[in-house]
Design a binder for this molecule. Structure first.
Ligand code: NAD
Length: 365
């Protein structure tokens, strides 16, 4: 089924308002989750609603939090997200970095203890919209999901990396990926009956690659949410030894340097850490030359002969923009299981059937 974006946002916002968030925060959660669906990253979209509601109930994420400044100077800030929603403390931290880089040319922002920051490319897009280059190293403290190269035990989070470069007169280059073969949410989508996992995504305790999400979640009892802590296997680090090394770097910079904590060992509160670098090309004495070089080089890059004669070489960020155009027109595709889980979350926070129907009015295509 396809759900139109506006009523989907209305429903998600109403769920978080009923769960105890104020209206502005509820709207932000709905906006950023549904933006991930528009970009085609369903793993980081509204499929997360039931889990976010559970986290809020359990006190693992807190409504109405702001940032606390741990330390700060003109070009550096260490900010504590106080386990607030990533959709609230994330954009506040990015705003902090944008303002510092706009004033001083460069900024390094260490964000610790943020709730789930969702699709990290969103934050690179926010910086690129203001003409800034940005690089983001992210980890998830308390989330051991990924086996390092050469291992079968979980030692890493899915630790995403993202970067954005503005392109004069055109949309920015936005590179944004988990350093695991797949993001955990992609396994969640597969577990919920959506797109199957690509070959070699997971590894069993026997060291054999598998695509069966049960390796990650174990067998899920009916009526319960899949819990990625329960499976006997792990997600594999991407790119063999190179991707595993980048994942380790994300853990060290986003986990240790920010003070958010690495993925393990031992029990840790689940939180995103994010170390972000912002650069203003205007301060590099080559603002126009930079813009010209980037635009020219991207044209050159894209002019490579395509492998598929009917295909096209894309820059990172282009697939998301193409999907956004299609999904703004056609609505967001959701599996029946994912949709039922969202409706279940709505009922769970006390939204009545009539209220839900009114919010959705003709949304389902
Ligand atoms: P992915 O494997 O779909 O890769 C996405 C990246 O590859 C994008 O930059 C995209 O533009 C680029 N890309 C895709 N196809 C391309 C093509 N044909 N040509 C050129 N570039 C192409 O992403 P993923 O690893 O599944 O990650 C999904 C999302 O999960 C990301 O948004 C990431 O930030 C998010 N994530 C978040 C967390 C968290 O804790 N908040 C953890 C893990 C992942």
């Amino acid at each position: 089924m396809h759900i139109e974006i506006a009523p989907l946002r209305r429903l998600v916002s109403a769920i978080f308002s009923a769960a105890g968030c104020d209206r502005a925060e509820s709207d932000r959660i709905a906006l950023y989750l549904s933006n991930a669906n528009l970009a085609g990253h369903d793993s980081h979209g509204v499929i997360r609603v039931p889990r976010y509601v559970e986290y809020l109930r359990a006190g693992k994420v807190k409504a109405g939090q702001g940032l606390t400044v741990v330390t700060e100077n003109d070009v550096l800030a260490v900010l504590d997200g106080n386990f607030g929603f990533g959709q609230t403390v994330g954009p506040l931290a990015v705003r902090h970095g944008i303002d510092k880089a706009a004033a001083n040319g460069v900024a390094l922002i260490a964000l610790r203890h943020a709730g789930h920051l969702g699709r990290i490319g969103e934050w690179a897009e926010m910086a690129a919209a203001e003409g800034l280059v940005s690089v983001h190293f992210v980890n998830v403290a308390g989330s051991l999901l990924v086996a390092p190269f050469g291992g079968t035990s979980r030692r890493l989070s899915t630790a995403p990396f993202a970067a954005g470069v503005p392109v004069a007169g055109k949309p920015p280059m936005i590179l944004d990926f988990a350093t695991s073969v797949v993001a955990e949410g992609k396994a969640l989508v597969a577990m919920n009956g959506g797109k199957p996992l690509p070959e070699g995504s997971l590894i069993g305790p026997d060291g054999k690659p598998t695509t069966d999400p049960v390796a990650l979640y174990g067998v899920v009892a009916p009526g319960t949410s899949p819990n990625p802590r329960n499976g006997p296997g792990a997600i594999r680090a991407m790119g063999e030894h190179k991707g595993s090394g980048l994942a380790l770097l994300c853990e060290l910079l986003a986990g240790a340097l920010t003070g958010s904590g690495c993925a393990g060992p031992g029990e840790r509160s689940v939180a995103n850490g994010m170390l972000s670098l912002y650069m203003s090309p205007a301060f590099f004495g080559s603002g126009d030359a930079f813009a010209g070089e980037v635009a020219g080089y991207i044209d050159f890059f894209k002019s490579a002969n395509p492998v598929d004669p009917d295909g096209e070489v894309l820059i990172p960020g282009e697939p998301e923009r193409q999907r956004r155009t299609a999904r703004e027109r056609d609505g967001v595709p959701l599996t029946d299981d994912a949709w039922q889980a969202i409706l279940g979350a709505a009922r769970g926070v006390g939204l009545g059937q009539e209220e839900t129907d009114a919010l959705l009015a003709d949304a389902v295509k």
